[in-house]
Design a protein. Structure first.
Length: 197
């Protein structure tokens, strides 16, 4: 009975880790903003492509966001590998791998929640309206339109990364506890009863 229960919890944890891996990959790879007009392109956490009148534009703060989001890609790959290992690997080792990934997910959830704020600040600093007053008079450079994508609105609300990481942690803890050796559980029960005479 115990083996069936532990196996089902390990598989449930593997599914949770796999879903979290897909969630993180979608958040960091899909565009958060789309720009059109004189400034065209897309901005995601791991990449951006902006063109001003057809010429490429580089923004150092967005380059920094790209570097800072690399640990999130590593976490997504780790969670994917741990999920794959859970299918055929030993239950105990798989549950420990998934628990480690879940703890890393909780610690990196603040990074996933905060990086879109940095991107938003940079995108909002891009001038979107035209006329600029110069010594020669008003010069109209054109306009740019910035649109938030569904990724930013639905997946990266500040509470979502923490809630999803917490759900994976709960599933991984349940799998880890289910795979504890019977002697360890008996030892815990003995420690709980020490004060009762």
């Amino acid at each position: 009975m115990r083996s069936g229960r532990s196996r089902s919890r390990v598989l449930a944890s593997a599914v949770a880790c796999l879903a979290y891996s897909a969630y993180v990959a979608a958040c960091v790879v899909l565009p958060l903003y789309e720009l059109s007009g004189v400034l065209e392109g897309c901005v995601a956490l791991t990449w951006y492509e902006l063109r001003y009148y057809g010429e490429p534009v580089s923004l150092p703060p967005l380059d920094a966001v790209t570097a800072l989001s690399a640990p999130l890609l590593v976490l997504a790959a780790y969670m994917l590998a741990a999920s794959a290992y859970a299918i055929r690997g030993p239950e105990r080792a798989a549950s420990e791998l998934m628990l480690g990934g879940a703890l890393a997910a909780v610690s990196e959830s603040s990074l996933l929640a905060c990086l879109p704020w940095v991107v938003a600040r940079e995108v909002r600093a891009i001038p979107v309206t035209g006329p600029v007053e110069t010594s020669a008079g008003l010069v109209f450079f054109g306009t740019a339109r910035v649109v938030e994508t569904w990724v930013l609105r639905a997946l990266l609300h500040p509470a979502v990364p923490l809630a999803t990481a917490a759900a994976v942690l709960v599933a991984s803890l349940a799998a880890w506890v289910a795979t504890l050796p019977g002697e360890a559980l008996k030892g815990e029960e003995a420690h709980e009863d020490w004060w009762e005479f």
